[in-house]
Design a protein around this ligand. Structure first.
Ligand code: BG6
Length: 472
């Protein structure tokens, strides 16, 4: 199969080019695109940020962060070739004059050509509006600017709505790409394909067949350098509102017959807006790792959760009474993201017999396995038969999340991006959880660094007589 390559020259402007997001995710993805020869001859990667810096200094930062964050060893030649396309411009986000100068700067750089411009936001949400306004104001008629905006989109439903109204004043919906990098993971993209292409799985993955769904996203890293941002938001807003809700939607949404962006977004929105958190302390467990307050920049009295487990339901006839458990946390024993779908048992099955399970592991390994129960010979023991396979993307055409998503933006394909409506509906649910937490001062349990998280996460599944399924 022919790999998709970008044919036309383009400019990628990175606002907040010294930010962690750009360094950890975007720059290594650009390297992979270069390595796979997906980039055209002519393209410009321009860092735009407030700090004084020369092109040379920025090129070094760019290549250093690739070396640091690329899983495989990097090739000097490729880095050298890529670096030739890298530039830096110093500007203030709230200064229209700087944006006017930037326009002139780009014209000089590209020789007055009108190229597709991807404007990537790697900045704190507080400066989103300044950039949007100045970019919009200096945009020329017929200029093709595509905004790539990465979460967080506001901090609650109200601010997200305001942001979307604001951006709509300057840009058409078609030129806005709302990015959740989990939708760029090939393992996450495969969820819908697995359901769509396999009748056997499709029949299993229906509400009336499922006793419960568990989504686990353990992280080994702590808060890293992003203390300022993280302490303001906490795990529920940082991970559940976005990435984990998206996974849940892909698992439970109706599958549109025509796989086009509109129908996919419609179905995703429909299921997301049916999610329900029943306000009760029984349905939520919060934790904070012991070393959190010792992290540089974290207030000593911080009440921010670094672990959260919640119990949700879907307000739909077919999902009636199927509990959904989501847990995620930082500074845990391992990096592991997986989904466990437990099937209902027959009424006549012994209570202690394990249920059938469908397990989808998303990272670090991408695997799917089905566990069946069988009677073992003539004894009364039961045996778990596991059929397991890797669904990992292997070979030279595998790209990291941001690589795949940049190709989508170039192709004007919104299918792996979010819609405004989806984001608003996940904020609505998140607001209800967060407001409940605050109103009732839900206890934040301490847990040991590198442990499996707070003990009381088990009480969540016990309500329904289930247990978290841990993969070892
Ligand atoms: C980001 C969150 O969106 O996703 C981080 O802000 C989190 O806190 C990260 O660590 C996890 O992404 P991944 O791809 O490493 O699972």
């Amino acid at each position: 199969m022919q790999l998709y390559k970008i044919a036309k020259p383009f400019i990628l402007t990175i606002f907040g080019a010294s930010g962690d997001l750009a360094k950890i995710k975007l720059f290594p993805a650009l390297y992979s695109l270069m390595e796979q020869k997906r980039l055209p001859k002519e393209f410009y990667i321009v860092g735009f940020a407030r700090t004084e810096k020369s092109d040379k200094e920025f090129k070094k930062e760019f290549t250093d962060s690739i070396k640091e964050n690329q899983n495989e060893p990097t090739d000097k030649k490729i880095l050298f070739e890529l670096e030739k396309h890298v530039y830096y411009f110093k500007g203030q986000y709230n200064d229209l004059k700087d944006f006017q100068n930037f326009k002139e700067y780009l014209k000089n750089l590209t020789g007055e050509k009108s190229l597709i411009t991807l404007a990537y936001f790697s900045v704190p949400p507080i400066v989103f509006e300044d950039i949007i306004k100045n970019l919009g104001t200096t945009k020329e008629k017929n200029e093709d600017i595509r905004l790539i905006m990465e979460k967080p989109f506001g901090e609650d439903q109200k601010s997200a709505k305001n942001l979307f109204h604001f951006v709509a004043r300057y840009f058409d919906e078609d030129s806005i790409y709302l990015l959740d990098h989990y939708l760029g993971k090939s393992s996450v993209q495969s969820i819908l394909h697995l359901r769509h292409s396999n009748r056997i799985l499709n029949l299993m993955m229906k509400g009336p067949e499922i006793s419960n769904i568990q989504i686990t996203a353990f992280e080994k890293l702590g808060v890293t350098k992003r203390t300022g941002y993280f302490d303001q938001v906490g795990t529920i807003k940082d991970m559940i509102q976005s990435h984990l809700m998206q996974i849940l939607a892909l698992l439970t949404m109706s599958i549109p017959i025509t796989e086009n962006t509109e129908s996919l977004h419609r179905e995703k929105y429909s299921i997301l807006s049916a999610l329900k958190f029943i306000e009760s302390e029984k349905n939520i467990v919060l934790g904070q790792y012991e070393g959190y307050k010792k992290e540089k920049g974290i207030p000593k009295n911080s009440k921010t959760e670094t672990f959260a487990a919640i119990r949700l339901f879907i307000d739909r006839e077919s999902w009636y009474k199927t509990p959904i458990y989501i847990r995620t946390g930082k500074k845990l024993h391992e990096k592991h993201t997986y989904i466990v779908i437990e099937l209902k048992k027959f009424a006549f099955q012994p209570k202690d017999e394990q249920p059938n399970r469908l397990i989808i592991e998303l990272q670090p390994e991408e695997k799917i396995n089905i566990r069946l129960v069988n009677k073992h010979g003539s004894s009364s023991d039961y045996q778990q038969i596991t059929t397991s396979d890797s669904i990992a993307c292997t070979g030279d055409d595998c790209l990291p999340e941001h690589g795949l998503l940049i190709l989508d933006v170039i192709r004007k394909n919104h299918i792996n991006f979010l819609s405004f409506e989806e984001i608003i509906s996940t904020w609505k649910l998140t607001d209800s959880i967060v407001n409940f937490m605050r109103k009732n001062s839900v206890k934040i349990e301490k847990y040991k660094d590198e442990s499996t998280g707070p003990e009381s996460q088990n009480k969540l599944t016990e309500i329904d007589n289930f247990e978290w399924f841990d993969i070892h």
